[in-house]
Unconditional design. Structure first.
Length: 78
């Protein structure tokens, strides 16, 4: 399974990512090993969505990072 996850950073902004191992990835975020969120600790997992293959997961992550995807997040998920 592949996971698209949404984190809330300490500055209240959202971070969208994709991984095959969600538990390990969250640990890496919170330990400061991920450059994109290192200065925004602590991060909190808001939600995640499971996908059976990486292509669907990465396409959904890409969509969520787009303008219409951000609007979707704000209206439906967060």
């Amino acid at each position: 399974m592949f996971y698209v996850y949404i984190l809330k950073c300490s500055n209240e902004k959202l971070y969208v990512g994709c991984t095959e191992n969600l538990k390990d990835r969250l640990e890496r975020h919170n330990k400061g090993y991920v450059p994109a969120t290192k200065a925004l600790l602590p991060v909190k997992l808001m939600t995640y969505i499971c996908f059976p293959n990486k292509y669907t997961a990465f396409n959904f992550e890409k969509y969520l990072k787009s303008g219409s995807g951000r609007a979707f997040l704000n209206k439906h998920l967060i």
